[in-house]
Design a protein around this ligand. Structure first.
Ligand code: GDP
Length: 521
């Protein structure tokens, strides 16, 4: 079982951080990505990074050592949230770009919220310092109000003053990225196993067929290997890097354009290496069917006030996340004040994760989906494709035009006056193949997922000889190899620890399940 390998440190090495650039429109995200690309002049690479493949890797000197960084080459947070919505994390760290002449703007805060929701550390790039009206001190002050405290004020966020246009201090920014990654992330990967990772972008090329840029997250991908990427499969015919060179292998955190897939996978979908083409096709077909089923299930599992109540009753959730949108800033403030006064006891809280004036946008829906929030619209409506997207993502939008009505409904929901009906849905099963006793963690069950998937936050029961040995348990941890995992799928091994239940035996089956709301009417 793979857990036994944990002690073998020799296969593990530090992998480069994967970084997303976020920030308000026109603050210089695109220019910065260009500047970083151009700053990376490697000897013998006269042309430099010439290919836009969706991500690129650069090298920089930090304390006399060469360090690599991978940048996702899509400015904005669309890619970031699209991938998060699929449950995959694309980035380890975010660079938040703020123009020094403009200051903190709505999308700056939105980007910040996205990074917070994903739990990734940030480095602030104060851009456009070449402009006479630039005021970096103002930016530091503004962000401090949002809880982003600069190191020089005793906080733990690095602020770097740059000019993307005049190419000032780009190296300083790269150094800050490396230092922040070193300080707050443990980026280790095992390069000697089969590759796994995600799709950054993909399209159909006229001459070359489906082309996908993948990011290797663990293991090493080699030309000739069979892979499954989302619903697509195939043998890696060729790999091309950001210099336009053909490469034969891609190690952790390396992006590469892959040729040879049967179809175009979606951004954010995962890929993995399998034994042969036949296996790849089988898994791809299974995956497609499962994805379709999951989409249907997702549509049913709407995150509503009622759901929230039920999850609170089951002790799963103590916080209701809200996004407030109103027609004028006075109404948003009044709503927030009134919400703060709702008294529903100590165990339960309301957290306003974002607020703003104006129509409900797709970005609002994105954030709500990524953080299980409900959107409250006060005298405003959705714009563009926001409604469509909310339906697709299962995000609830509640509309009000009278404050006390909004408050009354939220309070009623919090107090449990609206009770939904639930039914159980099995997620998957895992067999315990070995047990490791750890004085710190308790009994670690080394498992093989034999059906569906095991999810970190799912409920589980222990089945022994066909009978239920323990029911309605939580997981204290779920790991795949060395890393904490949100979920582990069929065909993979994992290590898990049960909360408040140590009496496990080899041969026991762990069954994971979730409670799904039965639609009314
Ligand atoms: P994005 O929307 O965040 O991707 O912003 P862009 O990179 O497209 O930049 C928006 C505008 O700001 C462009 O006209 C850039 O030339 C300009 N710009 C970007 N960085 C700088 C900078 O460091 N200094 C100055 N003066 N202008 C900049």
């Amino acid at each position: 079982i793979e857990l036994g390998d944990e002690g073998d440190e020799s296969d593990w090495s530090v992998r480069p951080p994967v970084v997303t650039v976020m920030g308000h429109v026109d603050h210089g995200k695109t220019k910065l990505l260009d500047a970083i690309r151009d700053a990376n002049v490697i000897e013998g690479e006269a042309g430099g990074i010439t290919q836009h493949i969706g991500a690129y890797q650069v090298a920089t000197q930090v304390d006399g050592e060469e360090r690599k960084i991978t940048f996702i080459d899509t400015p904005g947070h669309e890619a970031f949230t699209a991938m998060r919505a699929r449950g995959s994390q694309s980035s380890d760290l975010a660079v938040l770009v703020v123009a020094a002449d403009d200051g903190v703007m709505p999308q700056t805060i939105e980007a910040l919220n996205h990074a917070k929701a994903a739990g990734v550390p940030i480095v602030v790039a104060i851009n456009k310092i070449d402009k006479p009206e630039a005021d970096p001190t103002k930016i530091r002050g503004q962000l401090t109000e949002y809880g982003v405290i600069p190191e020089e004020y005793g906080g733990d966020t690095m602020f770097v003053e740059i000019s993307a246009k005049s190419r000032i201090n780009i190296e300083g920014l790269l150094e800050a990225v490396v230092l922040t990654a070193d300080a707050s992330l443990d980026l280790q990967a095992n390069a000697s196993q089969d590759a796994q990772g995600i799709v950054i972008e993909a399209h159909l090329d006229r001459g070359r067929g489906p082309v996908a840029t993948i990011l290797v997250q663990r293991g090493t991908l080699r030309v000739g290997e069979s892979i499954v990427a989302g619903p697509a499969h195939g043998r890696v015919r060729a790999m091309i890097d950001e210099y336009g060179h053909e490469i034969t292998e891609a190690t952790p955190s390396r992006p590469a354009m892959v040729l040879g897939l049967s179809a175009v996978p979606g951004a954010g979908q995962s890929f993995l290496v399998v034994e042969d083409d036949r296996m790849a096709r089988q898994i791809a077909e299974k995956r497609e069917a499962r994805e379709r089923a999951a989409q249907q299930a997702k549509r049913r599992v709407r995150r509503t006030l009622e759901d929230f109540m039920a999850s609170m009753e089951k002790g799963e959730s103590q916080e209701l996340n809200l996004i407030l949108k109103g027609d004028v800033s006075g109404s948003v403030e009044a709503l927030e004040d009134a919400l703060a006064k709702i008294d529903v006891g100590d165990e339960v809280g309301i957290r306003v994760i974002d607020r703003g004036v104006g129509a409900i946008t797709e970005t609002n829906v994105d954030l709500a989906a990524a953080s299980d929030a409900i959107i409250i619209g006060f005298n405003v409506r959705p714009q563009g494709k926001a409604t469509e997207m909310a339906d697709r993502e299962g995000v609830e939008i509640r509309y009000y035009s009278v404050i006390y009505q909004a408050i009354e409904e939220i309070e009623a929901a919090l107090k449990g006056m609206l009770k939904p009906e639930y039914e159980e849905r099995t997620l998957g099963k895992a067999e315990i193949r070995a047990i490791f006793r750890s004085s710190k963690a308790g009994n670690i069950a080394g498992c093989m997922v034999t059906e569906g998937l095991i999810r970190r936050n799912a409920k589980v029961r222990v089945l022994r000889d066909g009978a239920v040995a323990a029911d309605n348990l939580d997981l204290a941890s779920l790991r795949r190899e060395k890393d904490d995992a949100a979920e582990v799928r069929e065909g993979f091994e994992c290590g898990l620890v049960l909360k408040n239940f140590q009496d496990i035996k080899e041969g026991d089956v762990i069954e994971a399940f979730e409670m799904v709301e039965i639609p009314r009417g």
